[in-house]
Design a protein around this ligand. Sequence first.
Ligand code: SAM
Length: 302
Amino acid sequence: MRCVYCSPEKKLRNPREDILTIDEFCRVIRVFTRLGISHIRLTGGEPLVRQGLPRLIHEVARFPGIDDLSMTTNMLLMEDAAKTLKEAGLQRLNVSLDSLDPERFSKITGGGDLSKVLRGIDAALEAGLTPIKINMVVMKDINIGDIIPMIRFCIEKKLFMRMIEYMPVGVAQKELKEKHFPISEIKKLVAKEFTLQETTTRGPGPAKYHQIAGHGICIGFIAAISQHFCESCNRVRLTSNGMLHLCLGHENQFNLREVIRSTKDDSVLKEAILSAIQKKPLGHKFAEHDSLMMIGMAGLGG
Ligand code: SAM
């Protein structure tokens, strides 16, 4: 798909030989887990189009120290894959879904078929890929009217719901101003229909959760711009071509592919990772200047 909030202007084209193999991914993830990383999320691009995905999941799920193995997906190919992925060892899913109106969904995603996503969600629930969290990027003048229907859908299906502020990755500042709709405004809209109760529920990520009183589900708010959470961010992202990105809002990246391919010695790889981590920035700079990041969120994984 080519979601409006996610795709860089120029299509991403990685030379095939630059893409890490499944064995290379397994190796680097193993080294990360030895350094204490316990949560792995497979994202993209779209992880379901990657050949060899079940083998990657099968191997990573069995590494000592993995507590959480999840995937963020658009669900288009989930209906046929859910059972296999669960059996391989995938635990749970984050699902991108920004509207339940088929036409608006198609417009936002650049031609996506909503019915496939809905069938994928049912197949994933049946396979036990739970909890399922719905990621909704809320954008001014685009899908504000979808907030309440989406909450009702999550109540009906017993899904976690997360509302995310639009982040300007790989775009100019003016786009942030055009699309940004702060969490404080989203909460006001939700409060007209539902009672939000503070909860101590914390996921592994940045969402702040509230209970929807009387409905038994939680709703998480990710205020990446208006109340950023950089001080507690301990994430890094490894792209399909082996670049280690230390922050969504910074250019800095470290070429781990070169290290992976230059040595079979895992201790060298470990030292390279440790030295890259030292360069993790104190915080993002979304609000200050245009992002020069060419790969956009689609290349970074969200
Ligand atoms: N193809 C997969 C999908 O559609 O979920 C994974 C890739 S996508 C980059 C991962 C997540 O990033 C999506 O769930 C979406 O919510 C989030 N995302 C993408 N662009 C964003 C933006 N500009 N601001 C906030 N979140 C964004």
